[in-house]
Ligand binder design. Sequence first.
Ligand code: DAH
Length: 342
Amino acid sequence: MKETIDALRESFRRELEQARDSEAAEKLRVAYLGKKGSVTGLLKGLKDVAADQKKAMGQAINQLKKEVEEGIAAQVEKIHAAEEEALVAAAEQYDVSLPTGESEGSYHPITLVQRELEEIFASMGFTIEDYKEIVTDYECFEAVNIPKDHPARDMQDTYYLSNGQLLKTHTSAAQNAILRKYGAPLRAIFPGRCFRNEATDACHENTFFQMEGIMVDKNISIANLIYFMKTMLSQVFQRDINVRLRPGFFPFVEPGFEMDISCLICGGEGCPSCKNSGWLELCPCGMIHPNVLKAGGVDPEEYTGFAFGLGLTRLVMMKYGVKDIRDLNSGNLKALSQFKHE
Ligand code: DAH
């Protein structure tokens, strides 16, 4: 009987090592300690053992039983630890950024066009500047040659704060700070949100976006202005764009122009969208007024420059055929989520 006990111990050790999951451990327990298990069988057989050996055999079998019980308990503990580890490893593979099947977000069309313009101008050596929305009267008006009581202020009524500051009416309000920041020579664009006290309709909003640009250097002329505008517009619309300049008055430029582009809908033939003229008004611009350069710390005797104030909201409406400007501020996802990256 002693040999049987030893043989059982041996086979138990081998089998225990093989038991890699809870199910295998349980099977092992039944095979050794269950009602019909081998150890139980040995204990049952004890009654047939000679009286003088019973005690020793009994102790040996109980020792084996203890070893089997403890062996299985230790193995089960190991198995549980491994199972837990596997669970944690699986959890680590979970990716918080995976789509949930909900509909994807999209960029606002103004953001899309703004980024496109930023890329185009950056490739032409312009820096991109961010600027405040709340500015002083000096920044918005006086620094750009619109003194107090100048009639040009009438067209740019805005929202005033009790401390005298105001919501900027045009991105030109950043010109002075940027001229001071970099001095000459300089090329910069500064997109921004603008505000005006405006009765809203399909073409007017109290909140809209512009993108201003200035270039200051020695010998800058209107030819440079036309070149940069034409290049930019051709890239935005992905085709060659004809432009024309008409005289226009803005206190911060001299001479000042309205830049028109040939109508994209009729190709310049004349259609309802361009009021049959073949041209669309897009971008006021001009040569920076000496007073503005002076206020920005740049010597107008030495440097000249051009400036433009592109109506970003307007450009978006034209590029995507948005007929009502109010759709752009509406937060209406049905309308706004239709614009994707190209
Ligand atoms: N700031 C003008 C406006 O909002 C637009 C403008 C016109 C900007 C001519 C310019 C410019 O830089 O040269 O009405």
